[in-house]
Design a protein around this ligand. Structure first.
Ligand SMILES: [Ca+2]
Ligand SMILES: [Ca+2]
Length: 371
């Protein structure tokens, strides 16, 4: 189930003709996966029921990929909620259980604070509630469906273009770029299953609000993850630089980063690149790379992801369910993208962007909160 890739036929998505009960093709052969209506029914039933036994304890951090999967499954069973479910747009959400972890990175971690956004001090964070997180970044096809149905105009379209790299990796305002035309400096054909880019934090939130309206229920809440939820979900038990361990990837199988494929497409790219060929110079179709311990793809790499909360300096002490950092700073963005190397694509790497900013390596992922 951790390899589930569910994409709607481009035809339906492009025309906005989304049958209400369409089941993802890959799932039809097997057992029908839970959908939003199943989730709402189970949330209702779970609310009426009293817990007969205590919640499964979170493994002590750090923990292994196997422990992450076992705990996640046990927690979903305990809540009497589906481990994963898929909405009518083909977005699959998986349960991320609560727990305690160390957020940020130690000073000796290679790449620590490289972007100028402070990852210190590493501090304990407790998340008290389970939530669902989409196993992939939001795709261009999913976003197109929203645009077609609501006649939505993105911030970047309003301002005539977003930010994109030129052939020499200088990123600047590029007139005419938008979510349909990412504006890469070498040939690229945007497909429905690529992550959407050139969307602002405001646009991402509008998409979540539309999903909320489509759900026809206020029982569950669609939003972006908080920065702390994002890092806990990305780590999936890992206390290392990456969710797969302490070492930079050399296989090209776990994250889409700035590598030899990028250099081949853009020979004048002056920045350091990763030594492997991961197969994608720019955006990769979502879920092209291996999932982490919680079954989430591309938490590191492909596109940076907006969080719901604002960037801010970390406190010295422990925190529980942290929300906004500094209200004067931009929204936290996480995970690094196709143009970055390992130092920027770590579990603790941070960045921040203002509410109407968009870029060709910046997208988002949706979270769903259950009562
Ligand atoms: Ca790449
Ligand atoms: Ca990502």
């Amino acid at each position: 189930m951790f390899c589930t890739r569910v994409f709607l036929p481009a035809f339906f998505v492009t025309l906005g003709l989304l049958p209400f009960s369409i089941a993802p093709a890959s799932a039809q052969a097997k057992k029908t996966p839970a959908n939003l209506r199943d989730l709402l029914r189970q949330v209702d039933a779970a609310k009426a029921k009293k817990a007969s036994k205590p919640a499964p304890p979170a493994p002590s951090f750090p923990f292994t990929l196997e422990a992450a999967r076992a705990y996640q499954k046990a927690y979903a069973d305990w809540l009497d909620l589906p481990l994963e479910w898929t909405n009518d747009l083909g977005m699959t959400f998986i349960l991320v259980p609560p727990g305690r972890f160390l957020m940020g990175s130690p000073k000796e971690e290679p790449g620590h604070n490289l972007s100028g956004y402070d990852e210190s001090p590493r501090h304990p964070v407790t998340l008290t509630r389970a939530f669902y997180l989409c196993i992939t970044e939001t795709t261009a096809g999913q976003f197109r469906n929203f645009v077609v149905r609501t006649k939505f105009t993105t911030d970047i379209e309003k301002t005539g273009g977003g930010n994109a790299h030129d052939a020499r990796a200088v990123w600047k305002h590029r007139p005419g770029t938008n979510w349909k035309k990412p504006g890469y400096a070498a040939p690229f054909e945007l497909k429905d299953h690529h992550p959407v880019v050139h969307v602002s934090h405001t646009d991402a939130r509008a998409f979540c609000q539309w999903l909320q309206k489509q759900a026809g229920s206020q029982v569950v809440k669609f939003d972006l993850p908080t920065e702390a939820q994002w890092e806990w979900a990305c780590r999936a038990g890992s206390g290392d630089r990456f969710w797969w361990g302490p070492d930079e990837d050399r296989t090209g199988k776990v994250a889409n980063v700035g590598d030899r494929s990028l250099k081949k497409a853009q020979p004048a790219w002056p920045r350091t690149i990763m030594p492997m060929d991961d197969g994608h110079a720019f955006l990769a179709p979502v879920a092209s790379y291996r999932a982490n311990g919680f079954g989430l793809h591309d938490m590191l790499g492909n596109v940076w992801e907006f969080c719901s909360t604002r960037f801010g300096k970390y406190p010295k002490g422990p925190r529980t369910d942290p929300t906004d950092g500094d209200p004067k700073r931009g929204s936290a963005v996480r995970g690094g993208g196709w143009s970055n190397i390992a130092a920027d694509v770590r579990c603790a790497s941070r960045n921040a962007d203002p509410p109407h900013f968009g870029h060709s390596n910046l997208g988002f992922r949706v979270a769903v909160y259950v009562p």
